[in-house]
Design a protein around this ligand. Structure first.
Ligand SMILES: *Cc1c(COP(=O)(O)O)cnc(C)c1O
Length: 400
């Protein structure tokens, strides 16, 4: 039984190589569910592609992936506000800090660890070097020092450093929204922070960016030639072109059901005569979990309302489809299996067949990954996974 991710690795690798040309020295972002591929797998790919620096979401991910390879640097993107452990007394890690509280917490936490007897660092009687990136506030309004804060950062660092912990500012970091921000506005914010960097510490010339097109990125690099820019890439790197991946679920069982007959976890009555189709993939795989959608305009609004209304009568469109038509859930999915209701008269899949399934790659967890060859690629290209409202798809295409 499997929810399977089919990956055309040759084409995917080619895209990763092209990305290196567009964004030389980019930093791969490896976090969460590993964009559907798994963090360990992405870390191995990053190593294979000779990446020395990676960015992870959390300190827990840094601990896990630090073991995998010999990355020279692992950047932790999310600020740390929970106590660190002795396992974190390692070099080669850089923490993102976007407020005075975060700075203080991080230094204090390390200082406490170092004060404990028996740590290697205290035995060697050397100062622990804590590498940080100063996170700059952007229009994202997500973590980051404001421009007003900027002047006081050196004092704050001086104030919090201890004999045991030396704070090393490795550079700056700025995260832009994906939508509704012009290239000029992005450049202006970069420029503001470049000026701050010049004032507070002219020797620091490193700045990490995100969410810029190759042309925008090139323009930034050309405009500030003395700054050492790198871009962080997650979605655009691993999932830019979804024709690389195909997601499928195996049919495990098919059982006839009469109208009004009870079935399943919830012992619901079947609204129609037909078949229950049991397929691989449930909530544990991210099936039936959708991020809240953002309605923009009447069409989105109408679509979301229609789904909401159908939900009121226990009709939930599933992400599984057969012969080009979306199938309906018979009951809400649970753990590793989903149950679909195929009314009599509609094409009925057989056990062992694979059904295409539309999943949001940032919530999906697959049972297995299959590397496909060129012949299968042709098929892949005809079925790209749409990027928006992935799980909802198009109700019009569903079996009535
Ligand atoms: C997740 C993340 C990225 C990558 O984001 P994508 O939208 O997946 O490309 C870049 N920068 C920061 C700070 C992040 O947290």
């Amino acid at each position: 039984m499997s929810l399977s991710l089919y990956l055309d690795r040759r084409k995917w690798y080619r895209h990763i190589d092209e990305t290196e040309q567009h964004y030389p020295g980019f930093v791969p972002v490896i976090k969460g569910n590993g964009y559907g591929f798994g963090n360990e797998y992405l870390a191995e790919v990053a190593l294979e592609k000779k990446k020395k620096v990676i960015a992870v979401g959390t300190v827990d991910e840094a601990r896990q992936l630090g073991k995998i390879g010999t990355f020279s640097e692992v950047i932790v993107l999310t600020p740390v506000m929970t106590e660190l452990t002795r396992a974190d007394l390692v070099s080669g890690r850089t923490y993102t800090v976007g407020s005075r509280e975060q700075l203080r917490f991080l230094v204090k936490s390390f200082d406490r660890l170092l004060a404990e007897q028996g740590s290697v660092w205290s035995e060697m009687d050397v100062t622990f070097r804590l590498n940080i990136l100063l996170k700059c506030e952007s229009t994202m309004k997500r973590y980051g020092f404001s421009l007003q804060d900027a002047e006081r950062i050196p004092d704050w660092i001086d104030g919090v450093q201890t004999d045991r912990v030396h704070v090393e500012v490795a550079g700056m970091s700025i995260h832009f929204p994906k939508e509704r921000m012009t290239a000029a506005a992005r450049e202006k914010q970069i420029g503001d922070w470049v000026r701050v960097m010049d004032r507070i510490d002219p020797s620091r010339r490193k700045m990490y960016l995100s969410h810029l097109t190759p042309a925008q990125y090139q323009a930034v690099v050309d405009r500030w030639p003395t700054i050492d820019f790198s871009i962080r890439l997650g979605t655009d790197l691993w999932l830019a072109d979804k024709s690389f991946v195909e997601t499928k679920s195996t049919v495990l069982d098919v059982k006839p059901i009469r109208r009004g007959e009870r079935f399943g976890y919830k012992q619901l009555r079947s609204p129609r005569t037909g078949h229950l189709v049991y397929v691989a993939g449930g909530t544990a795989n991210g099936v039936g979990l959708e991020a809240p959608a953002c309605a923009r305009g009447v069409k989105d609004w109408a679509k979301l309302t229609a789904f909401w209304l159908l939900g009121l009568v226990n009709r939930h469109l599933s992400p599984f489809s057969y012969r080009g038509k979306r199938l309906w859930f018979a009951e809400p999915p649970h753990m590793q299996t989903s149950v679909l209701l195929v009314p009599s008269g509609a094409p009925l899949p057989r056990p062992g067949e694979e059904l295409p399934v539309q999943l949001r790659m940032t919530t999906a967890v697959f049972d297995r990954q299959v590397i496909v060859e060129d012949e299968v690629l042709e098929l892949t290209e005809r079925n790209p996974i749409p990027s928006q409202h992935e799980e909802k798809g198009n109700a019009v295409e569903a079996i009535p």
